[in-house]
Structures are given as structure tokens and as C-alpha cells.
Design a protein around this ligand. Structure first.
Ligand SMILES: Nc1ncnc2c1ncn2[C@@H]1O[C@H](COP(=O)(O)OP(=O)(O)OP(=O)(O)O)[C@@H](O)[C@H]1O
Ligand SMILES: [Mg+2]
Length: 382
């Protein structure tokens, strides 16, 4: 047995330490660099018992080649090697972006001076192991870095899981939004076709009754007039319900629906509201999903103006170029509160952002105290 082999006692079964637990079952890789084959073999034997994947290199150059292809949890590096010593190898390892942060444990003789050790730390060593090597010490040190590596891997896995579930949530929200819109459309159509038609037939009958009774049956005539008024009021309510569910004007295109909504806004809250359309064909070729989403965004923005802005003037600008469609809603009100979004349980602006995200668009909010608020929405035209 060589002197170096004697340096490395065999690990006793009873003294084995807890094995690091890989979060995905894939063992971490450890790179051992040493020019002495028997020392290399003994080190591999000790580390393999920790359930780790061990790769060996007999020179700094070979190690650098391996590091181009693979990531390691920790590197065990012999200080005294011919051609390229441990210090030089460590400097080159940490000089590369891929291995810049891989921890290096230097293996060196106990007899080496303190200044050598200090030099090692400045070269990027994170720890030392002294010959003769105690397997327990070696395993404990390697385990610390493997634990850290596994923790990092666990974080990456969890971040990935979080990203995936967030993406799923967005998809679910988008799907539900679309189902909701389709359902609103169906109910609006059914109300229109069933209730609307029946009310119309009823009105014709009541109107006929009213005309025929005339002066001959004044009491009946009065009743018929009352029924006519009731039917008219009901037709009005039904129309309002249909419009609330989904304005039929949306079938004429987004611009027409926006104009109708603005007119409704002026009528309902008495705030001056202008519309500026820069392009004649603002909404040409726009698909139904995008048109409905932009319409709902406008509705929520105008509701916000009515509820919060204390504005006297609102402007809605519609514009498009070859790649994008723009809608800007500007008011001259009090401006957004500093802590907007921190209140929780408010979903208007959140819903606007979500709808824009679904269309791969962007939202820009400009606001200053008493200088009003401006929401600019841009949607890419596919
Ligand atoms: N145009 C605006 N001018 C001034 N403040 C606004 C305007 N729009 C929104 N805000 C402020 O931003 C907050 C968040 O708006 P958001 O629409 O998200 O919620 P909300 O209107 O309070 O409730 P809801 O969930 O019913 O929409 C509002 O509470 C209000 O303080
Ligand atoms: Mg709101």
C-alpha cells in the first residue's frame, strides 16, 4: 500500500453520516481532481457511499473540459499538481460563468503554511481538507455543499411549479371569462327572442284592444291604456337587461359599441365625454374576443371615472397602426390614490390588467394628484 493510500482510512460503517436527500431523486455530481490515481480512487470510494455521482479528473485541464459540459455541486481539488496546480485551476474554474459559483474544497497537506491557505481562499476556495484525510470530515464538508446544492435545486423546482400553476390560473381565468361572455350572449339572445317576441305580440293585442274600445267602452279603454303602458315599461326593462348582459350593438363592431357606451355614460352621469377616432378603419378585422375584451375594459374604466374620479371631462381616443390597436381613456379628475392596489378586494383594475394580458397587450397608467388619470391600452394585431 502506498503512503498516499494510507493517508485515507476506510470509512467505518458505524460512523456513516446522514446522506443528503435529492429533491428530484437525481444525485448531485461531485468532481474530484487529483493527479494521484490511488488517492483519486480512495476519495471516490468515500464520496460514492454518500449516494452521490462522482466524476474524476487527473489534471486541471481535464477538469476544465468536464466543466464545460456538466455542473457540479462541489469540486474537490488537489493543490499540488504538475503543469497546472490547484490554485491556477481554481482561478480558471471561477473565471468561467458556468462554474463561477461552484464551491471548491482544496485538498492539501496539513504541513502547508498559513500563507498558502490564505492564497487558496483568495483563489476561490471555500474550504480545506487536510491530509491525512478523515473520511468523516470529508463527508461532512461535502455534505454541507451538496445540501446547499439540493436546496437550490428544490427552489428552482418550486419556482418552476409556481410559474406553471400561475400560468394555469391565467389560462383558467381567461377560459372562464370567455365562457361568461358566451353565456351572457346566449341569455341575452334568449331574452330577446322569447320574452321580446312575446311582449311584442302582447303589445299588438293590447294596442288593438285600446283602439277598438275607444269611446264605446271608456272604462275598458282606460284599462287597455294602462296595460299598454305596463307592456312598454316592461319592454324598456328587458332592453336594459339585454344591454347590461351584452349590448347587441357589439355585433356592429367595437367602434359602434364604444360610441353607444359613451352616449350611455353621458346620459347616465352627465359628465362630458368625447370620442376621438384617429383611423377610419379602427376596428376592421378585429376578432370578437378582442372586441369584447376592449369593450369591457372601457366599461370598467368609465365606471371607475363615475365612481372615483370626480371628473368633469372624459376623453376616449381610439387609434391603430400596422401592428397595434390603442385605446386611451383620460379623465380630468382627482387622480389615482397612492396606495391603489394595496386596499385588496378591488378587482376592476385587476380585471382590466388580466383582460389585457389575455390579449398579449400592455397597459400604461398615467396619473397625478388632481391632474386626472389616463389609461392607455395597446393590443397587438395578429
Ligand atoms: N379614474 C380614476 N380616478 C381616480 N381614482 C381611481 C380611478 N380609477 C380607479 N381609481 C382608484 O383605484 C381604486 C381601484 O380601482 P378598481 O376598479 O380596481 O376597484 P374599485 O372600483 O374600488 O372596486 P371594484 O372592484 O368594484 O372595481 C379605486 O378604489 C379608486 O380609489
Ligand atoms: Mg372599479
Amino acid at each position: 500500500m502506498s503512503a498516499q493510500q494510507q493517508d485515507i482510512p476506510v470509512l467505518k460503517t458505524g460512523s456513516q453520516l446522514r446522506q443528503p436527500l435529492s429533491p428530484d431523486g437525481i444525485p448531485a455530481s461531485v468532481l474530484v481532481i487529483d493527479d494521484n490515481p490511488s488517492k483519486l480512487k480512495a476519495l471516490v470510494a468515500i464520496i460514492s457511499r454518500m449516494g452521490l455521482d462522482v466524476t474524476t479528473a487527473s489534471s486541471g485541464r481535464e477538469a476544465l473540459r468536464l466543466l464545460l459540459k456538466q455542473d457540479f455541486a462541489v469540486i474537490l481539488l488537489d493543490v499540488k499538481m504538475p503543469v497546472m496546480d490547484g490554485f491556477e485551476t481554481a482561478t480558471l474554474i471561477h473565471g468561467r460563468p458556468r462554474s463561477a459559483h461552484t464551491p471548491i474544497i482544496f485538498i492539501t497537506a496539513e504541513a502547508d503554511s498559513d500563507s498558502d491557505r490564505f492564497h487558496g481562499y483568495t483563489m476561490g476556495a471555500v474550504d480545506y481538507i487536510f491530509s491525512p484525510i478523515m473520511p468523516e470530515v470529508l463527508c461532512a464538508k461535502v455534505r454541507v455543499f451538496v445540501d446547499l446544492f439540493y436546496l437550490q435545486r428544490k427552489l428552482i423546482l418550486q419556482t418552476d411549479e409556481l410559474r406553471q400553476s400561475k400560468q394555469l390560473l391565467h389560462q383558467l381565468a381567461s377560459h372562464q371569462e370567455w365562457i361568461k361572455e358566451e353565456e351572457r350572449k346566449r341569455i341575452a339572445r334568449e331574452i330577446h327572442d322569447e320574452l321580446g317576441q312575446n311582449l311584442l305580440a302582447l303589445r299588438i293585442d293590447a294596442s288593438m284592444l285600446h283602439a277598438r274600445t275607444g269611446t264605446m267602452h271608456p272604462k275598458l279603454n282606460e284599462k287597455a291604456q294602462y296595460a299598454l303602458n305596463q307592456i312598454d315599461a316592461t319592454i324598456k326593462s328587458v332592453r336594459a337587461i339585454i344591454n347590461d348582459l351584452r349590448p347587441p350593438v357589439l355585433d356592429l363592431g367595437l367602434q359602434a359599441a364604444i360610441e353607444w357606451q359613451i352616449e350611455e355614460f353621458r346620459r347616465r352621469c352627465g359628465i362630458a365625454c368625447d370620442i376621438v377616432v384617429e383611423n377610419e378603419d379602427f376596428d376592421s378585422g378585429l376578432d370578437e374576443k378582442s372586441a369584447t375584451a376592449l369593450f369591457r375594459i372601457l366599461q370598467e374604466s368609465l365606471t371607475n371615472v363615475m365612481r372615483h374620479a370626480k371628473a368633469t371631462q372624459v376623453q376616449v381616443e381610439l387609434n391603430r397602426n400596422a401592428v397595434c390597436l390603442y385605446m386611451r381613456i383620460t379623465d380630468n379628475g382627482i387622480g389615482l390614490n397612492q396606495d391603489v392596489g394595496k386596499k385588496g378586494k378591488t378587482f376592476g383594475l385587476q380585471g382590466i390588467k388580466e383582460r389585457i394580458r389575455m390579449l398579449d397587450g400592455e397597459l400604461k397608467i398615467d396619473s397625478a394628484p388632481r391632474k386626472g388619470t389616463s389609461l392607455t391600452i395597446s393590443i397587438p394585431l395578429s
